[in-house]
Design a protein around this ligand. Sequence first.
Ligand code: 5AD
Ligand code: SF4
Length: 476
Amino acid sequence: MPPRRYHLTSYGCQMNKLDSELVESKLRQRGYEAAADEASASVVLLNTCSVRQHAEDRVWSKLGKLRQRKRSEPGLVVGVLGCMAQEHKRYLLSRMPHVDLVVGPSAFGDIDATVDEAVARNAQIAATRERARTKHEVAGAGVLAVGQGVSGDAIRRDVRVRPHRSQAYVSVMRGCNMPCSYCIVPTTRGDEVSRPIADLVDEAQRLCDDGVTEITLLGQTVNAYGRDLTGQNATLARLLRALHEIPALRRLAFITSHPNFLSPDLVDALAELPKVARYLHLPAQSGSNAVLKAMRRGYTVERYLARVEQLLARAPDFELHSDFIVGYPGESASDFEATAALLRRVGFAQSYVFKYSPRPGTLAAERDDDVPEAEKERRNQVLLQIQEELTLARHQALVGRTVEVLVEGPSKVAGRLSGRTVHHRLVHFASDDLDLVGTYVPVRIREALGHSVVGERLDATAAEASAHDPVEVQRA
Ligand code: 5AD
Ligand code: SF4
């Protein structure tokens, strides 16, 4: 039998990318091979995102193209995985006959068996069609594993399957119990389920034994980690301290945090643990108290600022990253101005800005989506512009300084490598020595760009001499 080749495309967040790694490792264990491109794959999987309409539209359009392809290739297996599978399961199976399997994010643990089932059923369907020579569109296998199946977190991870030699994600919890009015994630990903500290330490240790030196912990509200593990005293602070003990680990990051769970013991851990990356992704979403209330975020701007100040008082080298939503229902011009003011005041190092997108079934979707698209776009651009200025100023302040870069791979510009600093800042430097990938190198910054900085690699002795350069300080 020829090798069965799969092609998997990921949409959406880091959690989705990690889920895709898990799916790939299961498929490879089962004898599937990665196809060079989608056209040469006999199993095409889409790991989808529902967080905004735009993310869904890309998948709907892709599914339209796959429908064409399947007319001439009835054995082709088309799978929709992830948040859209959860959200649109009935529609997908009843109205998209060319979709063979629909697997939600909590059923990836036995995805290989589910794919096998679809492959076998499709082969049968294709053979029948060949005999009957029908010209009709072929119905898919219709395999559904949305809420059933085995959770990806329940299986022992094959740590060898990962895209980067030195970097890895670790999922510490799934789901989300927060009541944010606009967000579909609690529906698609369900209740919070944290993994025990011992399991996480074991997984991290195995990753480090296999060459990983940087781990990024993932959770929708990662700093609420452990609150469902009653009686175990499991908190993110304790988890960070436990992982910090792994000798081979050099950097430890975590995303995404909720302002309400930035507890004093977490701040202590961030201040005390030198391996912890010096950035905190702490989405503010809005700078207007009226909008924050309508969003049911559970904090005010003043409280947000107080939390940030507490952190910076203890750990002044931390940088803040944020998400913002513009054009939330009822967001007035002055609400928006307040958001712009918050962005400037905190001086975020990085922000993701999203135009509000009503998600059916959420509380916010019951309200009139009353900020016109053109105005959403304008507000989006204004925030991006401010963020660009802030980022550029930080980058300019780095010129002449030396930073430690974990090299990730070749940059888009030939003859350069790229990597990240402990602040998650993108750095390019001239080199074509691929042996440097996965190592930490000192780079002296010479040029500031909008989204990255460019510098020269120093040899280790020169780096030693400049190791005492002052670190840039976050201003609140
Ligand atoms: N519309 C626009 N942005 C959204 N986000 C979540 N839901 C929506 C929505 N309905 C944004 C939030 C969140 C990020 C992952 O996506 O800013 O932090
Ligand atoms: Fe998309 Fe959110 Fe689901 Fe991630 S959790 S895939 S961002 S909807």
